[in-house]
Ligand binder design. Structure first.
Ligand code: NI
Length: 164
C-alpha cells in the first residue's frame, strides 16, 4: 500500500487539463492502486489523478459498492438534476451545494484498457461528474450555489459519501 500526497486547492496541477492514457503501463497501474489506497485512507469516495499531481485521465471511485476505475472516461449522456452537498479531498473541511445531472452514461477503459460503458444515478452520477471535472482542471467550487461552509471532521466522516 502506497499513499500519495493529495494536492490542495491552489495547487496548479488541479487547474490543468489532463492528457489521455495511450497505453497502460506497470507504472500507471501502480498509480491506479495507489490512488485507491489514498482515497480509502482519506475516507473519500473518489479521486482523480491530478489530485495526486499526475495529469492523466484516470479516476477512481467507490461509493460503497466496490472500486470503480475509469481510464479516459467520456460522458455520453447526462439527464435529470440533483442538488446536494459535495466536498473534495483537495479542499478538506469544507462543503458546498452543487446541482449535477441525476443520471449519466459514460464510456471508459478499465486498468487493463478494456472498454466499457456504465450508467449511473444519484450519488454515483454525482461522483462521476465531480471527478470528470477534475480531469478538465475544474474544482467543484466553481459550481457551488451560495457559500462554501465548514464541516467538522466528524461530519466529514458521516458525510464521507460527499468527499471526492
Ligand atoms: Ni474532488
Amino acid at each position: 500500500m502506497a499513499l500519495r500526497q493529495i494536492r490542495i486547492m491552489g495547487d496548479s496541477k488541479l487547474e490543468k487539463v489532463c492528457r489521455p492514457v495511450k497505453e497502460m503501463t506497470p507504472r500507471l497501474k501502480e498509480l491506479i492502486y495507489d490512488m485507491l489506497d489514498t482515497m480509502y485512507d482519506a475516507n473519500g469516495v473518489g479521486l482523480a489523478a491530478p489530485q495526486v499531481g499526475i495529469l492523466k485521465r484516470i479516476v477512481v471511485i467507490d461509493i460503497g459498492d466496490g472500486p470503480l476505475i475509469l481510464v479516459n472516461p467520456e460522458l455520453l449522456e447526462a439527464s435529470g438534476e440533483q442538488t446536494g452537498q459535495e466536498g473534495c479531498l483537495s479542499l478538506p473541511g469544507q462543503a458546498g451545494i452543487v446541482t449535477r445531472p441525476n443520471h449519466v452514461k459514460i464510456r471508459a477503459y478499465d486498468e487493463n484498457m478494456q472498454e466499457f460503458e456504465l450508467e449511473a444515478e444519484e450519488l454515483l452520477a454525482r461522483a462521476i461528474c465531480h471527478e470528470l471535472d477534475h480531469l478538465e482542471g475544474i474544482m467543484y467550487v466553481r459550481h457551488v450555489e451560495g457559500e462554501l461552509f465548514e464541516v467538522t471532521a466528524e461530519e466529514e466522516e458521516d458525510e464521507s459519501a460527499a468527499e471526492e
